[in-house]
Design a binder for this molecule. Structure first.
Ligand SMILES: [Zn+2]
Length: 189
């Protein structure tokens, strides 16, 4: 029997998730701090009454990201890495929503919503426990896409997750910040 898992990542989770994934690859993490909020933009389609469709669809996002990256590459090479990161934030939002919730990834070309659940199921065979990778695709009419909310902005997990993201990013962007703060506190002028 299949089990449908519903995951509603919050805005903070989207922002921290994108930033944390990009952090190991970034040489200038100040961009990450300045641009990570872009990962929340797709959820603005809730105001159009087309949540998880208009700004989550690959038909919308892929051309925007392609133009952004190509324009930066040819016209402003210094903005190439930030443009890549912005594109990553937008596309990772859709991916994160898609893995556990319905997203109209091909709207308006295909007015239906898709979901992909991937998880490990521990099966008891009687003689032992065997882990099994389960991949479950779901499809639903666009009208059934629910948009109850994007989760609580200040759920405890979100706060901890965001603090980890901020600490790691600040630490990488300004590696001497903590030691200089400590030395200033020790010897106030
Ligand atoms: Zn979303």
């Amino acid at each position: 029997m299949s089990r449908q898992v519903t995951l509603m990542p919050s805005l903070l989770e989207h922002i921290a998730f994108s930033g944390l994934l990009a952090l190991p690859l970034s040489k200038k993490p100040k961009w990450i701090l300045g641009l990570c909020w872009v990962a929340a933009i797709p959820d603005l389609d809730i105001f159009l009454g087309l949540h998880r469709a208009a700004f989550h669809s690959l038909i919308t996002l892929l051309p925007v990201c392609t133009v952004l990256v190509i324009t930066a590459h040819y016209l402003r090479p210094t903005f190439f890495a930030p443009a890549l990161f912005v594109s990553f934030c937008l596309l990772s939002h859709t991916l994160f929503d898609f893995l556990g919730g319905f997203v109209a990834i091909l709207w308006p070309l295909i007015p239906a919503s898709f979901q992909l659940n991937i998880y490990i199921l521990i099966v008891n065979t009687g003689t032992g426990l065997i882990p099994q990778l389960v991949i479950e695709p779901f499809i639903a009419p666009l009208t059934e896409v629910t948009a109850p909310s994007t989760g609580l902005l200040l759920a405890p997990f979100d706060v901890v997750f965001s603090l980890i993201f901020l600490t790691l990013t600040i630490n990488k962007a300004w590696p001497n910040l903590w030691s200089s703060l400590r030395s200033r506190l020790r010897s106030p002028t």
